[in-house]
Design a protein around this ligand. Structure first.
Ligand SMILES: Cc1cc2nc3c(=O)[nH]c(=O)nc-3n(C[C@H](O)[C@H](O)[C@H](O)COP(=O)(O)O)c2cc1C
Length: 162
């Protein structure tokens, strides 16, 4: 089984993803976690899915607040991604974010900020899946995204083979 888990971990490192910051509030302050397990799941109604380690501080905070935001990072935001990925460290996010009030946090200069309330919570193994109802979206500048692949950050190469 360990061999399967190791190969599973490796296989997922080969899946290139975008990088998001999931923000919620802890002690009345913005708190941001770096998350790649994020996808849209419905347009009618608009629903988004994120999957967080159940033991992460953000998970309990989202359960308490019933609100979170998802910010899609641009290629020049590696520092933001690294800050949100410091395991076990405080991840207060004032430096990188601004608030529109009542849990509606935006990462400054993100490609998009999606504000959600929790619609559904599902426990899956050691993770908690949150399905968020999208209440508002703030679109930023349309720039290149930050990507994650093979345990490294990278940029999108627009070369396409037809
Ligand atoms: C590119 C990248 C993607 C990540 N995606 C996720 C994710 O989808 N879900 C998750 O729970 N942690 C993810 N992590 C790990 C968390 O950001 C990191 O472990 C976090 O610091 C844990 O927070 P904690 O200290 O509150 O436990 C990711 C980290 C990186 C660098």
């Amino acid at each position: 089984m360990d061999e399967v888990k190791n190969k599973f971990r490796e296989s997922m490192s080969r899946l290139a993803t975008g990088v998001t910051i999931v923000m919620t509030e802890i002690e009345g302050r913005p708190w941001g976690l770096t998350v790649s397990a994020c996808c849209s799941i419905s347009m009618e109604p608009p629903l988004i899915l994120i999957s967080l380690a159940t033991q992460a501080a953000s998970t309990q905070a989202i359960i308490n607040n019933q609100r979170f935001s998802v910010s899609v990072l641009a290629e020049d935001q590696i520092e933001v991604a690294r800050s949100g990925a410091k395991a076990g460290a405080p991840k207060f996010f004032e430096e990188f974010s601004e608030s529109k009030g009542s849990f509606n946090y935006d990462v400054k200069n993100a490609l998009a900020n999606v504000h959600c309330r929790v619609e559904q919570t599902v426990t899956a193994g050691d993770h908690t899946i949150f399905i968020g109802f999208v209440e508002d979206v703030i679109l930023g500048e349309s720039k290149s995204p930050l990507l994650h692949f093979n345990r490294q950050f990278g940029e999108f190469n627009t070369a396409v083979r037809n």
